[in-house]
Design a protein around this ligand. Structure first.
Ligand code: ZN
Length: 252
């Protein structure tokens, strides 16, 4: 009961964070005045953008990023089911998702609206693809969580180190990853004429164990104990019998 009240208080506090710079204000009125003028987004490299969204790479090791990173952690702890050890922001890089708003700021530029983020430990500390992922309630249901998880594998692929997310996964995380792994593996096998599990892993950024997990779940692989045998039916790669829904990004 006490824990639930603390959680409710944290969620209530979320309403006082600026939707752009995430600064926490003391009241509705102060927040409103602040947001009228605020267009401050992270002073960090953009790693992806299109007409709907922008993703910044905020490295917690840089002093200029610390304040923003700590605000991110405040938001994350409010929304995560299980408190995650994110307190030491210097251990993480944060990939921060903003949606482009339909309104414009006083300078005439389209506003950016914070929508979520995922964190990734620096390679020296961990080899995982993703530590935790947060999407604001108002932005759920558009495939943004899957989009960020897919980005984490693209980053693993680019670094040449296929990886897996940190465990344990939440129930929704298990569903998200099962669907995403199947999609990435299916796409790889549908475009590669002669390939191996290792090549699939390198091409997708998905760890070998998770590639195998996806192949098993789609009945595209079998192993006989006395005569080790693995096979992939290419027809299954293009027309799976059990096809998960496509996790595509949808945004008006
Ligand atoms: Zn602000």
């Amino acid at each position: 009961m006490k824990r639930q009240r603390a959680k409710d208080d944290l969620l209530h506090d979320l309403n006082y964070h600026c939707k752009c710079c995430l600064k926490k204000c003391a009241s509705d009125r102060i927040l409103s005045l602040h947001e009228d003028e605020c267009s401050r987004v992270p002073d960090a490299p953009v790693v992806f953008q299109n007409q709907h969204l922008v993703i910044f790479e905020v490295d917690g090791r840089y002093p200029s990023n610390r304040v923003f990173a700590k605000r991110l952690v405040e938001v994350g702890i409010s929304l995560l089911e299980q408190k995650h050890p994110l307190e030491d922001v210097q251990l993480f890089t944060f990939f921060v998702l903003y949606m482009r708003d339909t309104s414009t700021s006083v300078s005439g530029l389209r506003r950016l609206h914070f929508a979520g983020f995922f964190s990734k430990e620096h390679p020296a500390s961990s080899t995982s693809s993703l530590a935790c992922i947060v999407i604001l309630d108002e932005f759920r249901g558009y495939g943004l969580g899957t989009f960020l998880a897919a980005l984490s594998f693209a980053l693993s692929r680019r670094s040449g180190s296929p990886a897996t997310p940190e465990r344990p996964l939440s129930i929704s995380g298990q569903h998200l990853y099962a669907s995403l792994w199947q999609r990435l593996v299916r796409e790889h096998f549908s475009r590669s004429t002669c390939t191996s599990v290792e090549e699939c892993s390198a091409s997708t950024g998905v760890a070998v164990d998770d590639v195998l997990r996806a192949l098993y779940s789609m009945r595209m692989i079998a192993v006989k104990s006395h005569h080790p045998l693995a096979f992939v039916e290419r027809s299954a790669a293009t027309t799976p019998t059990h096809s998960p829904p496509e996790a595509t990004l949808i945004w008006p």
